[in-house]
Design a protein around this ligand. Structure first.
Ligand SMILES: Cc1ncc(COP(=O)(O)O)c(C=O)c1O
Length: 408
């Protein structure tokens, strides 16, 4: 079984220094660090096994196709999909969400219909729905969050109407870090005949995802947040939806037959993968998801839980600090901590922490409506990964105190 120090040795960036201080990387919700297994595979595929997928009969092309399709099987197994044909590769979570908005929208959304989106969503799970609603004359409805950052799930039955064509919500918000009750949400929506899209950008990092158990209709995520190569993304869609949706782009490899006048399309998932995909990046999902499973089990998961509890208690005890996303039980939260400090600007705090070697995020976190909901212009976010240690958490808390004292 791997220990935290075994794991840390596989992420070379963890040994980097910033202004002469050891890097403490707490911006994992923006992008994770990359393990050697991922970079080595990418390098090997690029330098020694480069070829395009599907197109040729030569050995390297067949090998590239095998790597690519093995990744599809690995993703399907990792998230519990019924078939690898339900896994579409994209360039990232934003691309997956836009694909659903365009293609599901084209097939199923018309004037007067409704799309219901949670108030806490990342812009990537909001703006595509605004665009669709504008184009189709449909209405965008907002499922609110309460003062503690919890989704007002009790309002869901009355908000869903026969015109609600899709409910879009993240399993974990990138700001609040709360595990949303997605199984319950899907059950309520389905009772009302409404399909559900789960934005899994953060959930895929911290949760064991089982799309069949959740019974969600779509699940999307980016590779780069879960240790894989940037420029990779996944769209899971139930087969019945993928079959009924038109393709997004036309081009190579998404067709069945092409005549001058018209074409017929390949079956999903290839119908949605026009053109040359990320041939060196997509296969890195295999070691990346293997890493995610290792990090979310055994001793490493136990230490990540202890780190979360320690930081949560410490931040709740800070005078003048307002933490967003307050859990009922500690286990309802993942180690994503967004907060403001009275009398201190989040940007100044982030700059000072950087000087101390600590990388955090500051600003609106691509969730401006949520900032408006809480009446703030921005927040500071420290987001931990399971490779962050208790010593780093303690250093973060001490440094935060020091930085606040300097700025007050
Ligand atoms: C919840 C959530 N959704 C969507 C996105 C967009 O992901 P990407 O920029 O990788 O496409 C992010 C990125 O921070 C996110 O956290």
């Amino acid at each position: 079984m791997s220990t935290v120090s075994d794991i840390r040795a596989q992420f070379p960036q963890l040994s980097e220094k910033v202004y002469g201080k050891p890097l403490v990387y707490l911006d994992n919700a923006a992008t994770s660090l990359r393990p050697q297994s991922v970079v080595r595979l990418w390098e090997d595929l690029s330098l020694r096994h480069n070829a395009n997928v599907f197109r040729a009969v030569h050995k390297f092309s067949s090998e590239a196709t095998r790597f690519y399709e093995d990744a599809r099987r690995a993703v399907a197994a990792h998230i519990g999909a019924a078939s690898q044909r339900e896994i579409v590769f994209t360039s990232g979570d934003t691309a997956s969400l836009n694909l659903v908005a365009r293609c599901f929208g084209a097939a199923f959304v018309g004037p007067g219909d409704e799309i219901l989106v949670a108030q806490s969503e990342h812009h990537s799970n909001l703006v595509p729905w605004q665009m669709l609603c504008r184009e189709k004359g449909a209405h965008l409805k907002c499922l609110p969050v309460d003062e503690k950052g919890r989704l007002c799930v009790e309002m869901l039955p009355q908000m869903l109407s026969p015109r609600t064509k899709l409910l879009c919500v993240a399993d974990i918000s990138n700001v609040l870090g709360l595990r949303n009750p997605v199984a319950e949400i899907v059950r309520i929506a389905h009772e009302k005949g409404c399909p559900v899209l789960l934005d899994g950008a953060q959930g895929i990092v911290h949760e064991k995802v089982d799309v069949q158990a959740l019974d969600c209709d779509f699940y999307t995520f980016s590779g780069h947040k879960v240790y894989a190569s940037p420029g990779t993304g996944v769209l899971y869609g139930k087969r019945k939806w993928l079959e009924a949706m038109p393709p997004l782009m036309g081009g190579g490899e998404m067709i069945e037959n092409v005549a001058w006048e018209s074409s017929t399309y390949a079956a999903p998932p290839h119908k949605f993968e026009a053109g040359t995909p990320n041939i060196s990046g997509v296969p890195t999902l295999v070691p990346a998801l293997e890493m995610a499973r290792t990090l979310n089990s055994g001793e490493i998961a136990a230490q990540a839980g202890a780190v979360r509890d320690f930081v949560l208690d410490a931040l709740l005890a800070f005078p003048g600090l307002r933490l967003f996303g307050l859990p009922e039980r500690k286990s309802d939260k993942v180690p994503i901590f967004s907060f403001t400090v009275e009398g201190v600007h989040h940007e100044d705090l982030a700059l000072l922490l950087d000087k101390m070697g600590i990388a955090v995020r500051s600003g609106q976190m691509c969730a401006e409506p949520l900032m408006t909901r809480f009446g703030v212009t921005g927040m500071l976010r420290a987001s931990f990964a399971p490779y962050n240690t208790m010593a780093e958490a303690e250093y973060f808390v001490t440094s935060l105190k020091k930085a606040i004292d300097m700025l007050k």
